[in-house]
Design a protein. Structure first.
Length: 563
């Protein structure tokens, strides 16, 4: 494990160090022209130390900065200069608690009086602009607070009063940690190896590189996993072989794979007894799989059950290649294994639960207002009343990642409840909402706002943005699309792959969305990286978490808000 060896120096509120390892400064200011700060960060996923600038954000949102004699974790690390939650004014955030209510969920809490105070402040200061920012609801409380404090300065500098909705779940951290742990288990590695062997055999493609099909050794798998994009050099042949198949063949292939796997697994000592697995590892398995394999008669794992489930996963991989809905060979195999056997317990708030909260916060309130009331609903009712009395108030909405879901649900709630709020700009940053939801609430309802802009990455960057290196080599949005949603390869609004206008992405709502986003002269899309050009259209984000940290994206937001 790479650990810092140099003693960091505290210089001007930041750290400096000239010591290097593997040719990289552990902690330094490297860019003398722009004075870009570089920090030594520790990933909470892999615990390895890496180099990162202030605009770079680890997928788990938890980083560590070395200081003399200690390591400081959490919000202080996000800013790199000792920021704390106490610096965040209640005038600049609304904290959404469990089930979308006012209930406390951590150190931060919002009550109705806090929201009243926000509108009193707007009146007293005669503020003419309000930006409501929704961070990605996948993060823990400290990161949500850090985002609110960081974005408050961006929007204040643009002449607006900022309010960030903080609705923390910590889901990305939980998912990433669990995926990393799953990838380290012998069970997962064995399932992966056997499924790759079966795919090699059924598709007639040499995955091991030895000139033979159906034979992939542990060493060859590990060699591939050391690459940024495992097995990518075999995907052309895999795709061609899959496209030559039909559904009739898949039925026979599934049965043949199941029988083969029973023989192979029966001969493998790792499947003798699942009861030897640690309880934590068992709990990550799907309950229905646990019930099948964790028998009470002392026989342990059911080879037949595992073979049947793995064969089903293998056929789903082939079918996705047949239909052009794959995410690359290795990524698709991992997705289907996770969908079929894992993801049983990824924390109290699941992805669907997070989406439920993003909708629940806008539910109507009944008198009296108390901790079981809904802060989002209370806020927009106050906002509608305030804007009616102050019609010159300009309102912009910004949503990062899952924050886009909250904004879509906000518009839906306002329509159902006949709440009138005039919105100038809607800005999405790497939106994690389904494309269908964005089409329904944004694209099909242009009267709800005056302008729209989406900042996201090209598909090339999306594919390089590794959620968990060595286990899941694609971005968070790929993971949401491939694993967390109801169907694999679910169209996600922030993913360029779904904007092609070509098969298989030819559903009417996708074609309409593609045309609207690319409408000539409207400039509704910014595909990072764009480092030069008009203000308001620049971004250097290369990772999903970069958008609210990236200097150019922040400059674009300032330009949009200040206009």
């Amino acid at each position: 494990m790479l650990r810092p060896r140099a003693t960091p120096l505290w210089v001007g509120g930041r750290f400096r160090s000239s010591a290097t390892r593997s040719g990289c400064a552990l902690l330094s200011r490297l860019n003398t022209k722009n004075q870009t700060d570089r920090f030594c960060l520790q990933s909470s996923l892999t615990r390895e130390w890496r180099i990162s600038s202030t605009k770079r954000n680890f997928r788990a949102q938890l980083v560590a900065i070395t200081r003399p004699n200690k390591v400081v974790l959490g919000i202080r690390a996000v800013f790199g200069r000792g920021a704390t939650m106490s610096e965040l004014s209640a005038l600049n955030f609304v904290n959404v608690g469990p089930n979308g209510t006012f209930r406390a969920s951590g150190r931060l809490r919002t009550n109705p009086a806090d929201i009243d105070a926000i509108f009193q402040h707007l009146s007293q200061t005669e503020s003419k602009k309000l930006v409501i920012h929704f961070h990605g609801g996948l993060v823990p409380e400290a990161t949500g607070a850090a985002t609110a404090l960081k974005m408050a300065k961006v929007y204040s500098d643009a002449g607006a009063h900022p309010v960030t909705f903080i609705w923390e779940t910590g889901l990305i951290e939980t998912i990433s940690r669990n995926i990393n742990d799953i990838g380290d288990t012998k069970l997962f590695q064995t399932l992966l190896k056997f499924l790759l062997r079966q795919l090699s055999k059924r598709l007639g493609v040499d995955l091991g590189g030895r000139g033979s099909v159906g034979k992939v050794s542990d060493k060859e798998v590990q060699q591939q996993l050391s690459k940024d994009d495992p097995f990518s050099d075999r995907e052309g042949k895999i795709r061609a072989a899959a496209e030559a198949m039909d559904e009739g063949e898949l039925k026979h292939i599934e049965k043949d794979m199941e029988l083969d796997l029973q023989v192979d697994l029966d001969a493998d000592g790792d499947f003798d007894d699942i009861s030897s697995l640690p309880e934590e590892e068992k709990n990550r398995l799907k309950p229905e799989f646990r019930r099948t394999v964790d028998t009470r008669n002392g026989k342990g794992i059911s080879i037949a059950a595992v073979a049947a489930i793995l064969a089903k996963a293998g056929v789903r991989v082939i079918r996705r290649f047949m239909k052009g809905r794959d995410h690359g060979l290795y990524t698709t195999v991992v997705e289907e294994i996770l969908r079929e056997l894992y993801l049983a317990d990824f924390g109290a708030w699941t992805w669907s639960g997070m989406k439920t909260v993003s909708s629940a916060m806008w539910l109507p309130n009944n008198a009296p207002i108390n901790e079981d009331s809904y802060p989002g609903s209370y806020f927009i009712e106050k906002l509608a009343t305030y804007q009616q009395a102050n019609p010159d108030l300009i309102i912009d909405l910004v949503g990062h990642s899952a924050g886009s879901i909250a904004i879509c649900n906000l518009f839906g709630a306002m329509q159902r409840r006949k709440i009138q709020i005039e919105v100038r700009n809607v800005v999405f940053l790497a939106p994690a909402c389904q494309s269908r939801l964005m089409h329904a609430e944004i694209i099909s309802q242009p009267q709800r706002f005056k302008a729209f802009r989406v900042f996201t990455m090209t598909d090339a960057f999306e594919q390089k943005d590794q959620l968990v290196r060595g286990v899941y080599p694609r971005s968070l949005l790929y993971f949401i699309s491939g694993v967390l949603e109801e169907e694999p390869d679910m169209p996600i609004a922030g993913m360029q792959r779904f904007w092609t206008g070509k098969a298989p992405y030819v559903d009417p709502y996708l074609l309409d969305s593609t045309a609207w986003l690319g409408e000539e002269g409207m400039r509704r899309t910014v595909l990072s990286v764009i480092a030069e050009g008009n203000p308001g259209y620049l971004s250097a984000a290369e990772h999903h978490g970069d958008f609210d940290d990236d200097v150019l994206t922040q400059a674009s937001l300032r330009a949009i808000v200040s206009a």
